[in-house]
Design a protein around this ligand. Structure first.
Ligand code: ADP
Ligand code: 5GP
Length: 209
């Protein structure tokens, strides 16, 4: 028996290189009914990234048009580029019971918390996890090991990570991504538990006769 329910909006943040993409892509393989909110960005595609799958890659003009049209739930300037979450990536899915993952920075997460934190519908949907690296040394090693960013971009990401890391306790859960398999297990456990939140069920999840 599958009971109709509202989807959750799962915010995942953490400094660049902490392992958000790695962990999320494993979650999409493991769980059905879990989908990625494809953000808009003005940064250039990196490595194998594809338009419409990893990001909607936009010019600054296109991005600013979305701002004027009020198309974003949140947007922020991160590492010198615009990034934003489109309403169209999130709202219909939540209504249909699909869980939506937002890989966004701490500014975006705090904007959502401030703007919608007291709205009952958002409170019902909103969940958040901070992914931390075990140390700055390891973060730098992973950013360099990824081999996709120019030196200037790596340095900017490392500098920004200090501020981002101070926000870890703004999130409901924190996972330290040291051993990947352990972190993956922790994330699976959190998602499985969050799927049992009674507040999101549209009706009783058992036979009433
Ligand atoms: P983010 O999406 O947070 O920027 P990525 O998922 O791209 O980070 O991870 C950064 C790099 O670190 C990648 O090369 C990835 O393969 C590697 N990585 C991720 N998690 C671990 C881990 N637990 N141990 C070692 N390397 C990891
Ligand atoms: P990257 O360039 O490494 O893909 O992402 C850089 C940072 O931008 C990451 O911290 C990522 O979480 C964040 N980010 C990605 N999409 C969005 C978004 O839609 N909004 C905000 N605020 N941040 C985003």
């Amino acid at each position: 028996m599958t009971t109709p329910r509202y989807g959750m909006i799962l915010i995942i943040s953490g400094p660049s290189g902490s392992g958000k993409s790695t962990l999320c892509s494993r979650m999409f393989e493991e769980f059905s009914g879990l989908e990625f909110s494809v953000s808009c960005t003005t940064r250039a595609p990196r490595g194998e990234e594809k338009d419409g799958i990893d990001y909607h890659f936009l010019s600054r003009e296109e991005f600013e048009k979305h701002i004027r049209n009020n198309d974003f739930i949140e947007y922020a300037e991160v590492h010198g580029n615009y990034y934003g979450t489109l309403k169209s990536e999130v709202f219909d899915r939540v209504e249909k019971g699909i869980d939506v993952v937002l890989d966004i920075d701490v500014q975006g997460a705090l904007q959502i918390k401030k703007k919608f934190g007291s709205d009952p519908e958002w409170l019902r949907s909103l969940e958040s996890i901070f992914i931390a690296p075990p140390s700055y040394t390891e973060l730098e090693k992973r950013l360099r090991g990824r081999g996709t960013d120019a030196e200037a971009s790596i340095l900017k990401r490392l500098a920004n990570s200090k501020q981002e890391m101070t926000c870890w306790n703004e999130y409901k859960y924190i996972i330290v991504n040291d051993d990947l398999a352990t972190a993956q297990k922790a994330l699976s456990g959190i998602i499985s538990t969050l799927r049992l939140r009674s507040a999101r069920f549209k009706e009783a999840p058992f036979h009433e006769k």
